[in-house]
Write a protein that binds this ligand. Structure first.
Ligand code: GRF
Length: 186
């Protein structure tokens, strides 16, 4: 027994935050990477790196059934904490309630600003000079749970949503592993 908190990661895409969580893991271990997208680049990386993976497309099955398969895979992997990392699907209230206080997410804004999508475009349009990312507890309210940690980056003249996203993403990769380790230790 390692005594480390077992973390399951849910992702839908490129998985760069998952990679950061795996590569910088301390005090926790990633025992499952699960995706709703069979062709997610992050899942290929996870397989290549010997992680246990689970893929279940929600297509054609009722949402509750889809989530039940994920729930079973997480429990099979002894997952204690779920880390969302670019998981582009809303979890049902029932799923959140079953894992109450044990799901965290990284969001590319300084919450409570810019919940939801297109955070970087909205920050630039608002004339903000500082942007960033937040790690928060997942509740039934979208991007609304307790903020566990944040990192700020400057928004520079001439920034586009893409240039700002790249700067914020680098900050995400430093913030998420640190905050997840703290969360698992508390
Ligand atoms: C990140 O910007 C994260 O903040 C947001 O979705 C993006 C996922 O990127 N929730 P990646 O798949 O981790 O590379």
């Amino acid at each position: 027994m390692s005594g480390k908190t077992k973390v399951g990661i849910l992702l839908s895409g490129r998985g760069s935050n998952m990679m950061a969580l795996v590569e910088q893991a301390s005090g926790y271990e990633v025992t499952l990477a699960a995706s709703d997208k069979p062709d997610a680049a992050g899942i290929a990386w996870a397989r290549d790196h010997g992680l246990a993976t689970f893929v279940q497309s929600p297509k054609g099955i009722p949402k509750a059934e889809y989530e039940a398969t994920i729930d079973a895979a997480l429990r099979e992997a002894d997952v204690e904490i779920i880390a969302l990392a670019g998981y582009m699907r809303l979890l049902t209230d029932e799923f959140v309630a079953r894992w109450r206080g044990r799901i965290v997410n990284i969001h590319p804004s300084l919450l409570p600003k810019y919940k939801g999508l297109d955070t970087h475009a909205r920050a630039i349009a608002a004339g903000d000079t500082v942007g960033g990312c937040s790690v928060h507890v997942v509740t039934e309210e979208l991007d609304g749970g307790e903020v566990l940690g944040q990192a700020e980056v400057p928004i520079l003249p001439g920034d586009t949503p893409d240039t700002l996203a790249a700067r914020v993403l680098a900050a995400e990769h430093r913030l998420y592993p640190r905050i997840l380790a703290e969360f698992c230790a508390r």
